[in-house]
Ligand binder design. Sequence first.
Ligand code: DAH
Length: 356
Amino acid sequence: MPSPSLDELRAKIDASVRSLTDESARVRDLQGLEDLRNAFLSRKRGAVTLLFEELKAVAAEDKREAGQLVNSLKVLVQDKLAALEASLAAPTAVRSETDLTLPGRRRPWGAAHPLRLFQAEIESIFVEMGFGIEDGPEIETDFYNFEALNFPPNHPARDAWDTLYVRKDADDPKRDLLLRTHTSPVQIRVMEKRKPPIRIIIPGKVYRKDQPDPTHMPMFMQVEGLVVGEGITFAHLKGTLEHFLKRLFGEKLKVRFRPSFFPFTEPSAEVDIECLQCGQKDPACRVCGGTGWKEILGSGMVHPQVFKNVKIDPEKYSGWAFGMGVERIAMFAYGIPDVRYFYENDLRFNRQFQLK
Ligand code: DAH
């Protein structure tokens, strides 16, 4: 065999570099990498191995340069293989092409809390009847929470509202700060700044010093109502609350009014509805205790002293008010045995009340 010239050798090496470039671009996996390694470096048929074989026949004076040429090819091949190996080991997401035709990922929508939904239902019934919606601060003064609502200082009626105090005012007890124990102080705030006629409801959170148990939470929700105008009577109170309760629980619902006491109303009445749990039939019913009735709200004619406290003339105007616990009514409406379920944020519970 004639000895190959350096030029011939260079041409073969160039061809090898081109095929190295072409073939390495096609490597997709470890098997492809292995095939490429064999094609160049296999001990018997590798392209680089065969070129080293050819060196033997190169003329003595060209051997050194020829050797360096083939060796640089070998180094090039080894570097290329190492780089490919590293890129194959990298996380697949980096290499894989993004499939732009895939649909986007859906994120779950947030939803209103069951109590908010129930509150909205209560609101919509009153809005239908022409009531407006008001709110007020959750941190109140003694004056708005008690004094102006006709609770005299040290009056025993205050004990019924287990108050959480924020700050006692040594100079003036009327300025004691507390967490409002009911939504009634907002009645005072509204009557202070607006002249009759007034027809509003006041939904909001209230606080009492209670241990959580199946029927108590230290924070709960109330909806207050207030109607003030000329010629407003107890008949309006009765008719409106009856209508409201029937809209909520059904036309056939039995409702009764019982005399009661609140410092800020005279006369006062508590409203009971028939026990929907037992249909007034189970003497051992755990919801109504066998009485057949469930107390649902407090109400009454606004006390003349309350009107005087906000500078509304009790000779000219009269009014009525009510307050109810949202959890209490929701529990009754849905047959929920424990008020704490509303505050656990267990989605399995909450989702039952979402609109479909
Ligand atoms: N504020 C009372 C409570 O928390 C509920 C109430 C009763 C509100 C009678 C009223 C009312 O406006 O007239 O128990």
